[in-house]
Design a protein around this ligand. Sequence first.
Ligand code: SF4
Length: 436
Amino acid sequence: MEILKPLQKNGYNTQTFQSSNLSKELSIELNRCGANEYTKVSFPVKYGIFSKLETCDYIFEFNLNHEIRHARSKKRTWLHPSEWLKRTMGNDWVYYSTGGYSGVFEALGEYYLPNLTYPTNSLLGGKPFEESGIDDIVKNWHQIIAQLPDTGMPDEFSRWIQSIRQQSPEGLQKKAQQLFDISGSRVTVMPPDARHVDYNIIPLNISDGCLYKCRFCKVKNKKEFSIRSKRDIDNQITRLKRLYSKDIVNFNAIFLGEHDALNAPCELILKTVQDAYDAFNFQSSYMTKTFLFMFGSVASFLNADKILFETLNRSPFQTFINLGLESYDQATLDLLGKPLTRKQVGQAFEKIQAINDTFPNIEITCNFVMDESLPDSHYEALMTLIRESVNRPKPKGCIYLSPLKFGSPSRQVLYDFYKLKALSRFPTFLYMIQRL
Ligand code: SF4
């Protein structure tokens, strides 16, 4: 793979307009330049180039395709001035809450907690979508912007207002469906490491299905593991480029799907990431650095050749590969219906450490399950890996603990998580399952 150095380019012209009519306060900022590097800070940061519309009651932000991407209310009914709504490429609204800043960072590794509208395994958060201020924006944002004046301002602003109005909720839902159609299915689960880019990933499937079809898993599908043809992948890249269109300049991350992309041939993985890098023009992305995310399995990881890691390490990508190990206890693996042996899990964990210690641009992370119903032997075995296997704290190789149950936050499981985290010698966080 050729080594390409990212260049930063910003040919965007920021323009602002402020209405002088006090009864209809309105300000517009076109092509505002937000932060160009993902950071972890305890105040809201907006990334990329976007346009902002502010009225006396609301702040809306739009991407370079004129599609709404963030919103918040300035009314008293809004829960917290530092919290906001984000609309994803899959057309979900996600409410980012501070959680009072208590424990969110410790639990997730991020300062903000994404609250979702669909069932997940989250142990934190309330029900913000039941709040009137949030519900108001989710249901009425388009009507609100439809009522704004689009005259009495310079042409470029009035044309911009007309353009954002054309991106209706129905149109955005259709576009999300087009995204799912490109690969043939929705991304039902993103790797936990995608948090490093606020889940702003371009999904590209090089394979389908997974090897194990574990009994406990709620995100699996019925597809037998199979590999996509080069032609199919090229076709996805072309269509993704068209779909992300002008806003692609705000992206710097790909997710190679589906549930075990690491089981695809090494050449296919390397060729795909290079082709995607070139086609999506990542070297000119507004965002610095480039990220690659994928899932792997114990088998695909143990089979993966050194050459794959060596080449990825030299590539422009910061690579994160997430493996579902689930347990280092045979009784628990059997209970979960995960067709692996304790020995294989141990070998994978050992290889993870070797890769993480050798390659600075690659991080292999792994998941283990948590639930009140699991035997003590599961937690005892986990300790031998995440505490006793190393004699000092490790800076990388995140351990994600994934609650088994959906829609059932449990104080006990949260308490157990904090206990495990305190004992772990690896960065340890909760895995909150999110779709794209
Ligand atoms: S945990 Fe991974 S390997 Fe097991 S069924 Fe789910 S997606 Fe497949």
